[in-house]
Structures are given as C-alpha cells and as structure tokens.
Design a protein around this ligand. Structure first.
Ligand code: GCV
Length: 702
C-alpha cells in the first residue's frame, strides 16, 4: 500500500497534520485482514511522524472476557479491537462486555463501530474489519477530543449499506465530451492516453479519501459506454481488476458500467434480447469470468434506452426484463445491478405541449414495481429532470415500495457552476434527503434509500475528481465530495457541521493563525453558496436556462425549441410550466398526497418551485410578498452582490491559507463574479424585454 502522494497533489481532507492526535499516542491494533492492516499502516505512518507507537496484541489466552487486569507490559492510550475483545487489554474487554449487554451481537453490522473511553484508554470496537477502518477515520475527525477525560459511549453505523460514486470517465478522449464527461477537474485518474495509468498511487489515495468520508463503492467508467469502455467487461477486465486491487485496502468495491448491447458488440451474438437464452448464457458466462478475476466485484451499472444508449425497448421488452437478465448473472456471486431510471424521450417536439420530460421516469418505471429481482437497484436521480439547482424530488422515489431504490446526486457541478463557481451542495442534498414524500408522518427520502427491514439501494453520486492537483479543479469543491460521503453515512448530519469538519481537517495546521479565521471565512463564503447560485441563475425552479451542450452560463431560450425538452414558456404575460392535473401535463398527479395537492395549487406551491409547476403572470404575488418579476430582478441583483462579498472575504485570507490554494480560488471567484453578472444581466434583460415591467428600484437593466 502506497499512501505517498506526489508533492504536487493536494492532500485534501487527509493532510498528515490531521493525524497528530493519533500519531502521538501508544496504540494497539488487534485483528486480522486487509482492512485491519490498513488501520495498522495508517497508525504506523502517523506514529513515525508524531512520535507515538503502535503495536500488535499480546493476549493472554487464559484471560476471560470480563477480565479486569491490565495487559502485561505497555499501557495503551488507544485500542482498536474486533469483537469479541475478551483476550485483549482491560479497556477493550470491558467495553465489549458493556456493548454486548446493551446492544447484543450484530448491532454494529459490517461497517459499524463503537467508540468508548474507559480507564483512560480510547477504544474502537467493531464486529468486522471495515468497522475499525471507519472508526480510525472517525478518530481523525475528532482529533484530540477523542482523548478527552470523559466521553459517552458512541455507536456508529451507516444509514445505508451502499454509498457509491459513479465516474463518468472514458478510457479514450471522447471528441465532444472529453475524457471525463461533465468533468471539470482535468483528465481521468484511472486512464491516460487510451490505457490504464501505470502508476495508480492517485487511485489508492482517492480510495483513502473516500473511505475517510464514508464511501464504499466506485463505478469506474462512464454510463455512456463507448466502444473501448465496453471492452472493460471482457478483454480489458485486467484494468478493472487493477483498480480493485488498490481500492480494496480501503473497503471500496469496484463496479462497472456496461452496455446493454454487449452480447452483440462483444459477444458476436445476433441479438441482445434479454429473453433470449443465448443472451442469458452470455451474461452468465461473462459475469462468471469477471468474478474469477475480481472476487469482490460489486456489480454493473446500466444506462439503457437513454440518450442514445441501447436498451430493452429495442427488443420490445420492459426494463424489468432487461435488468433481471443482468441481475440473474450477478446473483450467484452476490453482485448487484444499478439500473438507471433516467429514461426519457430526447427527441421531442417543442410544439407538442403534452410531452413532459419530468413525467418520463415515473411513466416508465412505476408500473414495473415488484417485477425486479432483489439484486436490482433502481438508481433514480433525485429530481425528475436532471440535477438542476432546484427541482422537486422525483416522484419515482415514492412510487416503488417493492423495488430497491438508490437515490442519485451529482457531485460534479454540471448545472451548478462547473467547479468554477463556489457552490456547496450539501444543504441541497440534505433538504432532499430529509424530504418526506408522504407528508410529515411518513418516511423520508433517506429512509427510502436506506430500505426497510431489507436493504435499500443506498446513495450514489457522480464524482467530481480528475487529475487536477487539487482533485476537483476548484479547491473548495472538495467539500462537496467529502459531504456526499458523510451524508451517505448519516443523512441527518447538519451540512454546516459537515463543512466544519471538512475545514478543520483540510486546513489542519495549514494556517499560522490556527483554523479559526479560515473557518469563519469559509462558512461565510460557502454555507449559503448554493442559494446564492440559485439566486443569480434560472428563477423559481424553472431550470435549464443554460447554454445547450456544455451547460455553462446563461441562455434563456437555449433549450426552448430543442428536442431535449424542458421549456419555460415565457411570453409577454408570464412564465413557467403548467404541470398541473387541471390544465397542464398532469405531473403533479405522480406524487402521493399531500404533495400532489400542495404542488397542484398555486396558493400552496412553495415559491422556490412555483415556475416548475405553474405558468403565472409576472404580476403574481409570491408568499414572500414580491411579484414574480420583481423577485427575478431582486434575486439577480442580490446574487451578484453576494458573490462580490464572497470574493472580498476570500481576499482577506491571502497569507493565511496555502498560496497555491489561495491563487486558484481567487482566479475561480473572479470567473464566478463575471459569470454571475452575465447571468444577472441576461435574465433581467430578457424578462424586462418580455414583460415591459421596470424594476421597482430603478436599477440598471440592459
Ligand atoms: C453521462 C445529463 C448529462 C449527460 C449524462 C446524463 C446521464 O444528460 O448532461 O452528460 O450522461 O445526464 O445522467 O446519464
């Protein structure tokens, strides 16, 4: 295991200083296995730097589980142990007894851990090695406070079993999309010049960062599977196995995006019809070979019948037929298929008012509830459209109680400033995860993803990293990657507290005045940055006023007359999409009560989604007391002022944070301000020209 990153790569939230508290202690690690070795290795590195020591256990085989005598020899300050801890030093054994009395075996699961302080020893106890690894990173987050005099016993386990990142990386550089589709941080960390990178140190370091956030699965290639990438399933499988080898020590399983047409394109069969025996056999044989090289392979990700990708519709079959054939091939090995619900008609006619892209996923998938195998996970984008800065939740999330659902987020900032803008997305994800689709008494979106008594599908996000020295292009975009992992582990976490953790870790020891000034400045810049972004871009949930193709910067009518859908219907009198049952596309009817009625009525529809659900006159008065047109002007002027304030605030950190980070963020904030002004001026001018209504405050509109 090589954790030494090249000097020009930023350590993100795991700088050596973050390990000071652990590295200066006398620690003992008990247990065996790859992940336990990782814990040992991490502690050894930290101790070499900070003067502590780390040991193997010296158990006394005759010691009973509740033995109270200290271990012979060294007295430890920190102990990592697997249950049962009876043969270990006093602290772990005593904690083990209390834990079992209170919680019973199995309470920690495969990845959970218990943290306790007993007889001046900090103890991390787990039932499986992954728990010790997560416990280690939890201690890194706690720093010195893990060794405070008193600490109540804490039990931690992830809310959901699968916490995954999807990479939209291509092996070959795609002529239009480049190497990483919707990537804003340079090339792929996995591939270069059409081949697997020789040196996978970065991939290992990435796995380490992800594990420290809480992620445990990575899909390594684009869901748009082009010819070269398709071969990762067969003759280029060695590449995937190599990634699995370097990610395994961090408890991360590798998954692969595959093409539904693979039996034809790779297998030479005449059809990919999922009900054809030859096709079933091909998937079964191919999958068996995958597991022969990668025994802990996670499974397949499939984008089918979507934006030009092949799928079961081509054979007159349903998406359940399609997903199940892959699921059957994976089942003997414990693998899963993530089947994406992002299926819509991208060849629609803007003149046809009855077609509504928002409806598509529910129309296609809700009728299939109950028809998928247990190892199919239907992967649903959190909104019905496509990762806009504001959307309602996808009604599919509330429509398939007999299907395992994963909720998909987009960490890569395709529609949220492309990592040139500061846009801390955790508050948005937290809102989505905490949303209760059946009303306040029902389960939340997070609970659906976690599943009931059986496993849910978990949470998935599209990654934002590349071979950029800061990993994410914009150094502050690292916070989004960190926050996704943390919220996937525990969706109830407060996004501001998660940001605090990220600041503490990332800037640990990096600033002469301590992290205080950095923390204050970054909260001021980032806490509300998603809402700031929302203010200066498309108003009131209408979305998609971006430049077609690359999706950066404003273009109000960019998609208005294209086959991709998502229109705003602005005219001289008003703006917005009528998605009501009464007079529009009927999309509101896809929600269960109370939301189907809340969204249906202009009176009860929340302001921030008004134009998503309703076409209203410019003079319509919002709940906040402003007219729609005045709200558009006000938010756009405010949004730009807020970006200017962010930029000023960052200036004051010159000399406080690392000069390289400072320069990169400053350059990005300059661009953010320029772009926000462009948005303000285009949006305000557009709506002023359409409506003829002047700004009540007489500000300049072009
Ligand atoms: C990988 C949007 C993006 C595409 C992406 C697609 C998806 O349409 O613009 O680049 O394709 O979503 O999620 O599959």
């Amino acid at each position: 295991m090589n954790t030494v990153l090249p000097n020009d790569v930023h350590p993100a939230w795991l700088p050596p200083e973050a390990f000071r508290a652990l590295g200066s202690r006398r620690s003992l690690v008990c247990g065996e296995g790859t992940l336990v070795d990782t814990v040992r290795h991490e502690l050894a590195l930290a101790c070499a730097r900070y003067g502590g020591s780390t040991d193997q256990p010296h158990p006394r085989p005759d010691a009973p589980p509740s033995d109270d005598r200290p271990a012979a020899g060294t007295s430890y300050e920190l102990v990592f142990a697997l249950v049962p801890a009876g043969l270990l030093p006093i602290a772990a054994a005593a904690v083990d007894v209390v834990y079992r009395r209170r919680h019973g075996a199995g309470a920690l699961g495969e990845e959970g851990f218990l943290l306790a302080r007993h007889a001046e020893v900090t103890v991390v106890l787990a039932e499986a090695p992954a728990g010790l690894l997560h416990g280690l990173f939890h201690l890194v987050r706690l720093g010195e406070s893990a060794f405070g005099l008193t600490r109540p016993m804490e039990l931690h386990r992830p809310a959901t079993r699968l916490r995954m990142l999807d990479h939209w990386d291509n092996v070959d550089v795609h002529p239009v999309m480049g190497q990483v589709e919707r990537g804003y941080a340079g090339g792929s960390i996995f591939w270069q010049d059409g081949a697997r990178r020789e040196d996978l140190t970065r991939v290992g370091a990435y796995g380490r960062l992800l594990a420290a956030g809480g992620v445990n699965a990575v899909s390594v290639n684009n869901v748009n599977v082009h010819a070269t990438e398709a071969r990762l399933l067969t003759d280029r499988l060695g590449d995937v196995a190599a990634f699995a080898d370097v990610l395994r020590p961090y408890g991360i399983r590798v998954h692969l995006s595959v093409s539904f047409a693979a039996p034809v394109t790779l297998g030479g069969l005449p059809t990919a019809d999922p009900l054809d025996d030859g096709v079933r056999g091909w998937w079964a044989d191919t999958t068996k070979q995958v597991y022969e090289s990668i025994p802990d392979f996670g499974g397949y990700v499939v984008k089918a019948d979507s934006e030009g990708q092949p799928g079961p519709f081509g054979y007159g079959r349903s998406h359940a037929d399609g997903a199940n054939v892959l699921a059957d091939a994976l089942a003997p090995f414990g693998g899963v298929v993530h089947w994406r619900a992002f299926v819509y008609n991208h060849r629609q006619d803007w003149r046809d008012r009855s077609t509504d892209r928002a409806r598509a996923a529910h129309d296609h998938f809700a009728p299939l509830d109950g028809q998928f195998r247990d190892n199919v996970i239907l992967q649903v984008k959190h909104g019905p459209m496509d990762f806009q800065p504001r959307e309602p939740i996808s009604p599919v999330i509330a429509a398939m109680p007999r299907t395992r659902l994963a909720v998909e987020f987009q960490v890569t900032q395709e529609y949220t400033g492309q990592q040139r803008h500061v846009c801390y997305l955790a508050p948005w994800w937290s809102e989505v995860l905490g949303f209760a689709p059946w009303g306040d008494d029902g389960p939340t979106v997070a609970a659906v993803a976690a599943g009931g008594p059986a496993d849910g599908g978990g949470l998935v996000a599209v990654s934002n990293v590349g071979d950029d020295p800061f990993w994410t292009g914009h150094p502050l975009a690292q916070a989004n990657l960190y926050a996704f992992g943390r919220l996937a582990w525990d969706p109830r976490l407060d996004p501001a507290a998660v940001l605090d953790e990220w600041i503490e870790l990332t800037f640990a020891g990096a600033s002469p005045g301590g992290p205080g000034p950095v923390r204050r400045a970054l909260h001021a810049i980032m806490d509300d940055s998603w809402r700031t972004y929302e203010r200066y871009t498309a108003p009131l949930g209408v979305g998609f006023m971006v430049r077609p193709g690359h999706h950066y910067g404003p273009d109000v009518d960019g998609y208005e007359y294209t086959p991709w859908g998502t229109y705003h219907f602005a005219d001289r009198d008003g703006v917005g999409v009528d998605r009501t049952r009464a007079s529009g596309t009927g999309f509101t009817g896809q929600f269960p009560p109370p939301w189907r009625d809340v969204y249906e009525s202009i009176e009860s529809c929340p302001d921030e989604l008004l134009l998503f659900f309703h076409h209203v006159p410019y003079g319509h008065v919002l709940h906040n007391g402003s007219t729609v047109i005045q709200h558009i002007y006000d938010t756009h002027f405010d949004g730009v002022e807020q970006v200017a304030a962010m930029r000023q605030r960052w200036e004051r950190l010159a000399g406080v944070v690392d000069p390289g980070v400072h320069a990169r963020v400053r350059e990005r904030l300059d661009e953010q301000l320029r772009c926000a002004e462009e948005w303000r001026d285009q949006i305000n001018a557009y709506f002023f020209r359409k409506s003829g209504v002047p700004d009540a405050r007489g500000r300049r509109i072009h």
